[in-house]
Write a protein of this length. Structure first.
Ligand code: ADP
Ligand code: AMP
Length: 214
């Protein structure tokens, strides 16, 4: 099963993608996590990506597409994968379609996690991330057991630089300009499904399972 998670930053794509990956036994591929791991490890890609991410801008397609195309060709992706945060532009979606076409494949589902902008500001302001293992929490909706400590690995949880209020507005406008057109792109392909992302996390997941099948 090959799935794309669509939705604004902070809509809950990562939260749902992790659960999808666990239930359907497919890898969760988050370009944001890949960039953050590169930043942490001080790689050239990380240094380049950080300049864009800190401003709430998108990392250029030429730095993003190849890394995803390489990743989806790895062995663990042969039964499918769930893409989280990619594609974010029409050229990225076209690059993905072209790469899959070469191996006579297509995406199966594009799931739009629909959350209005007014909820997003609270979602991102309350998000806490573990930059060590990638786990995410919310101070109100999904708090850590011990304040400020990751439940999974015990490292510190932080407010991401790009979740600060001044960057959130920029990311939302980038989303509306560059990423939202993908909703029509996948509607035209007949694979778009929408879920109400304002529901509690478990209910959103139940709705997604109803779409993907048990
Ligand atoms: P995205 O991957 O789309 O950027 P996340 O999955 O990281 O978004 O979710 C953003 C924040 O909102 C996180 O702090 C997460 O814990 C919280 N969150 C996710 N889904 C829900 C939900 N259905 N209700 C309330 N909070 C949620
Ligand atoms: P995310 O963790 O998905 O919210 O992504 C964090 C940031 O990483 C984004 O605001 C972008 O700067 C960058 N990023 C992640 N995925 C992509 C992508 N597919 N294309 C361009 N930039 C991306």
């Amino acid at each position: 099963m090959k799935i794309i998670m669509l939705g604004a930053p902070g809509a809950g794509k990562g939260t749902q993608a992790k659960q999808i990956a666990a239930k359907y036994q497919i890898p969760h591929i988050s370009t944001g996590d890949i960039f953050r791991a590169n930043i942490k490890n001080g790689t050239e890609l990380g240094k380049k990506a950080k300049t864009y991410m800190d401003q709430g801008a998108l990392v250029p397609d030429e730095l993003t597409c190849d890394l995803v195309m390489d990743r989806i060709q790895q062995d663990d992706c042969k039964n499918g994968f769930v893409l989280d945060g990619f594609p974010r532009t029409i050229p990225q979606a076209q690059a993905l379609d072209a790469a899959l076409k070469k191996i006579s494949q297509t995406m199966d589902f594009a799931i739009d996690v629909d959350v209005p902008d007014e909820n997003i500001v609270n979602r991102m302001g309350g998000r806490r991330a573990c930059l060590n293992c990638g786990a995410t929490y919310h101070i109100e909706f999904n708090p850590t057991k011990t304040e400020g400590k990751c439940d999974v690995c015990g490292n510190e949880t932080v407010l991401r630089d790009d979740d600060k209020p001044e960057t959130v507005q920029k990311r939302l406008s980038v989303y509306h300009e560059q990423t939202q057109p993908l909703i029509d792109y996948y509607k035209n392909q007949g694979i778009l499904k929408s879920v109400d992302g304002t529901k509690p996390m478990d209910d959103v997941f139940t709705d997604i399972v109803a779409i993907l099948g048990e």
